[in-house]
Ligand binder design. Structure first.
Ligand SMILES: C[S@@+](CC[C@H](N)C(=O)[O-])C[C@H]1O[C@@H](n2cnc3c(N)ncnc32)[C@H](O)[C@@H]1O
Length: 247
């Protein structure tokens, strides 16, 4: 007999874990395919939806199965305070690559050049989703769909195209690389089809991305401060793009 628990075990190796109410809510809003969702208190979860996200309440009512607390704890690596979890189907790489390559591109792509910190990558995906960026590309070894990144992204991997690529596969478009040694970003209007590149937390931009860059831009920073945090830099740059959009 197929139960939510057997479905969970069948899919857990390949699906994306949505950890907690907010991740599930975002994934639902942005059209994720969700084969299984569990909660230890279905009524309490639906009451939370009534309060915080009435737009997804009906969909959650269809998706959620109540399971005992021990069952929930056995399904997830780390219980979430909302005691809600779900598995989503990862969007196809082909579809994401198509979105990233499509021209004209309506909003920028964020490129994280060899990022190292999973929390930073999640925060960047959340920012990119919030600003309506076309996607987030990573190069290097970090998997942008790692469970810790997905947790940091609060289910917003489904709101923007997230893929790991090699430097040779980067989408076309003007490449603006962010570096403290660049020209002042405040003098530049970032185009909607920009690729906005950010270096690794430890060593900054790679030689390949530096070479490919059409412009090197700096965020305002007082002397004696070496650099900003990676995700913070992405936030400021996307804000700068959005603030001058259409001006
Ligand atoms: C933590 S910093 C990297 C610091 C690294 N030690 C270095 O050598 O550049 C991560 C990335 O954030 C961006 N960044 C940080 N501060 C910046 C600033 N003031 N202007 C432009 N980009 C900045 C850059 O893309 C940088 O590569």
């Amino acid at each position: 007999m197929t139960t939510p628990v057997t479905t969970w075990h069948r899919l857990a190796g390949t699906a994306v874990l949505l950890d907690g109410f907010h991740a599930l809510k975002h994934a639902v809003r942005f059209g994720a395919e969700i084969p299984v969702a569990v909660a230890t208190d279905r009524e309490a979860t639906l009451a939370l939806a009534d309060e915080l996200a009435p737009d997804v309440r009906d969909r959650l009512s269809t998706l959620l199965t109540e399971v005992p607390e021990e069952t929930y704890r056995a399904l997830v690596p780390r219980p979430h305070p909302t005691a809600v979890a779900a598995l989503a189907v990862r969007p196809s790489r082909a579809a994401n690559l198509e979105r990233l390559a499509a021209r004209p591109r309506p909003t920028p792509v964020v490129l994280l050049d060899h990022p190292r910190n999973l929390g930073n990558a999640g925060a960047v995906i959340r920012l990119a989703a919030g600003f309506g960026a076309t996607g987030v590309i990573t190069t290097g070894t970090l998997d942008p769909w790692h469970p810790t990144v997905v947790r940091g992204g609060a289910g917003l991997h489904f709101a923007t195209a997230v893929e790991r690529l090699t430097p040779e596969e980067l989408p076309s478009g003007p490449l603006f690389a962010l570096d403290p040694e660049g020209d002042d970003i405040r003098d530049v209007k970032l185009p909607d089809d920009a690729v906005l590149a950010f270096g690794s937390e430890r060593s900054g931009l790679s030689p390949e991305v530096r070479e490919r860059a059409d412009h090197l831009l700096a965020l305002p920073m007082r002397p004696q401060v070496s650099s900003y945090n990676l995700a913070t830099s992405v936030g400021m740059t996307l804000y700068h793009w959005s603030a001058f959009r259409g001006s």
